[in-house]
Write a protein that binds this ligand. Sequence first.
Ligand SMILES: NC(=O)c1ccc[n+]([C@@H]2O[C@H](COP(=O)([O-])OP(=O)(O)OC[C@H]3O[C@@H](n4cnc5c(N)ncnc54)[C@H](O)[C@@H]3O)[C@@H](O)[C@H]2O)c1
Length: 272
Amino acid sequence: MPRRGTDSDSTWDGAGVVITGAAQGIGAAYADRLAAEGARLVLADLKPEGLRSVAERTNAIAVQGDCSTSEGIRQLVDRATEHLGDIDVWIGNAGVDAGQGLHADEASWDLSWQVNVLAHARAARLLIPRWLERGSGRFIVTASAAGLLTVLGSPTYAVTKHGAVAYAEWLAATYGAHGIKVHAVCPQGVQTDMLAGIDEAAAAIISADGALQPSDVAQALVDAVERETFLVLPHPQVADYYRYRATHTDKWLSGMQSLQAKLDAARPLTDR
Ligand SMILES: NC(=O)c1ccc[n+]([C@@H]2O[C@H](COP(=O)([O-])OP(=O)(O)OC[C@H]3O[C@@H](n4cnc5c(N)ncnc54)[C@H](O)[C@@H]3O)[C@@H](O)[C@H]2O)c1
């Protein structure tokens, strides 16, 4: 989607890009990287302060609000369309890790479902009809390696990130032949507030292959878009784990149980 009136063939140069959850962490790194690639950005988040400073340094419009509700997404799409003319790329990056273990409560399940899954469906419902009309559009979901594998400790996160990958896959299967490109970004540990918020033993397991910087995830996204691959795997080992899980499911589960055993000393069974 080159800038109108130029002959650039870069995906990003001049493209109108919306990024949710852009006040910090991975979303802010996408903003920095894509601004450097020449994208025109609309950034959204619940948090006004971080959002303002990322928007200032990337010359973006900031839209503060909830990027999971139907109303919040409609307002964001309207503001972005007004500013960009047309939205070329949507990056649904806002995510939550809410609720731990067996006793994760109803509110945590609901929040995880709204932000990690339904937000993508609500955005796609507004964007895809216009993209089908014009024959192009790119929908990017920041899911997680937890959406391809699992994650110890948080069933709400594991289940809803599987939902995020499944929704992206469904979009790709349904609209890929009509010019709609879809990517699911599936990192393991990335050094952000989200990783800092989980307990030390679980963070060590998630980060066993190295906790990346948010800028590494942005680089992986740019690379995957250039290669046009659906899965964006900033930790390449995840491809091996994903294959192993599919072909040796019981052995893979035994491996997960061994990792869980490392957490067991610290937590009673009923907390899991
Ligand atoms: N950090 C990791 O290890 C890791 C690994 C895999 C996937 N992810 C995913 O990457 C994405 C970004 O996470 P991060 O690590 O940068 O975390 P983060 O907590 O630093 O940033 C998430 C941002 O999303 C915003 N947000 C949350 N709910 C929102 C809502 N309803 N509306 C608007 N904004 C909202 C938050 O305010 C925050 O600024 C998430 O989807 C997360 O699940 C993170």
